[in-house]
Design a protein around this ligand. Structure first.
Ligand code: SAH
Length: 395
């Protein structure tokens, strides 16, 4: 195994079990390590620190796997990590209400670069590191042993693969091709998931708990669901008796699937309409028309892909939320989200406070939304925390 030496003074994060080592922190590599190879990280006194995946193209040159020198990273190591991640999700999937969730969440499940989502009997995986790419035969084998899925589809079309020198893929790894719409259940609501053409791996299962919580406020209310995708919030609100829901998204495929989802659940189509539009434009249009809503959901895509984008992203979040607040009836609810890991909850609250000032409104935070338990946050890896939201009462 090749030894990689860490620069003096760079041990702290490694000792605290942060799983990333940046290329600038490396002193030297003793030999020629291939991308994805498992190497040994030593300090400058040649003392063992950790094992990790090496990649010479990535800014994150090492993704650490194990801090105990005596534990070998072999096939069983990967099998154990896969099975313990899956067993910690069993209760989510066995209550009869839900058969879709994230089974493996990358670094947060000690498997850097591996994401596995379960859609009923089908699996969608994303492989984002060269080390994990090498481990895939064993990962696939273990997923088959444990779950016997009908298909395993590789949906690794994430731009982050390029940082590791990996090509984008969109291929069937095992089984028979999934149907165009895989039918799943989440909190008792049925969804058609387009694994091969949908966004991410097909569905945003990270909003499972938040959809249910928001819907508990929706009975008899007029709701505007912005960035609705295939209708997670829309369907939950209609199910709990919203008097009307308007859904907005820029993706035609998402809206088409949303209509199909309304049919699948036999929800009242006469209490709903969906608009294919840019949300900011649509909010301005609704304001011009003098429309008001009792509940507005704002669940935009990631505006801040990195910390350096935070200032510009904050402005975009502020403008969006100001527009949203202006469309609410007095005492109405704004459920506003940010899935930008670079923006923490405190900053997000500040942005919402600025939006309220600009809109001439008063805001009470009545609930804080988070990512659900199948998207755990590892204590030594705060980067895994990305989804946050605020339920705001707006006057
Ligand atoms: N709330 C959804 C998930 C939202 S993901 C759910 O519960 O499933 C973000 C969505 O924003 C995507 O569907 C994407 O198509 C849409 N989107 C991105 N930019 C947009 C824009 N400018 N206007 C409208 N929709 C946009």
């Amino acid at each position: 195994m090749i030894d990689v030496i860490l620069k003096k003074g760079k041990e702290k994060a490694v000792l605290q079990r942060h799983p990333w080592v940046f290329s600038g922190a490396l002193e030297k590599i003793k030999g020629k390590a291939e991308n994805g190879e498992i190497v040994r990280l030593l300090n400058n006194k040649n003392e063992f620190l950790a094992y990790g995946f090496y990649n010479h193209q990535s800014r994150v040159a090492l993704r650490l796997l194990e801090w105990d020198e005596n534990i070998l990273i072999n096939d069983n190591w990967f099998r154990n990590k896969v099975s313990s991640a899956i067993s910690s999700r069993v209760h989510i999937l066995t209550n009869g209400e839900t058969d879709t969730c994230r089974l493996i969440f990358s670094e947060s499940d000690y498997l850097p670069g591996l994401i596995v989502d379960k859609y009923a009997d089908h699996l969608a995986v994303q492989v984002l590191t060269s080390g994990m790419q090498n481990a895939m035969p064993i990962i696939i084998d273990e997923l088959k042993n444990l779950l016997n899925p009908l298909s395993i589809f590789d949906k690794s079309d994430a731009a982050s693969r390029a940082h590791e020198g990996l090509e984008t893929t969109n291929i069937l790894l095992d089984g028979t091709p999934p149907p165009q719409l895989v039918i799943v259940k989440e909190n008792g609501i049925t969804y058609g998931i387009n694994i091969t053409e949908g966004q991410k791996s097909g569905f945003y299962c990270d909003q499972r708990d938040n959809r249910k919580i928001l819907a508990s406020y929706a009975k008899g209310k007029k709701v505007l669901d912005c960035f609705c995708y295939t209708g997670g919030f829309t369907l939950n609100c209609l199910q709990t008796g919203a008097s009307w829901v308007t859904s907005v998204d820029s993706s035609a495929l998402a809206i088409e699937t949303l209509y199909e989802n309304i049919r699948l659940n036999k929800l009242p189509a006469n209490l709903h309409n969906a608009v294919k539009a840019d949300v900011n434009n649509q909010l301005r249009q609704l304001k011009e028309n003098g429309e008001k809503f009792d509940i507005i959901v704002l669940d935009p895509p990631k505006y801040a892909p990195s910390r350096s984008a935070l200032t510009r992203a904050s402005r975009a979040y502020k403008d969006l939320n100001r527009l949203g607040m202006q469309l609410l009836t007095p005492g109405g609810l704004l459920a506003t989200f940010s899935c930008s890991g670079a923006m923490d909850m405190e900053t997000f609250k500040q942005v919402i406070a600025w939006a309220a000032l600009d809109a001439g409104k008063q805001v009470q935070f009545i609930y804080q939304f988070h990512q659900p338990e199948d998207h755990p946050v590892r204590a030594s890896f705060h980067e895994g925390e990305y989804l946050k939201g605020l339920l705001c009462k707006v006057w």
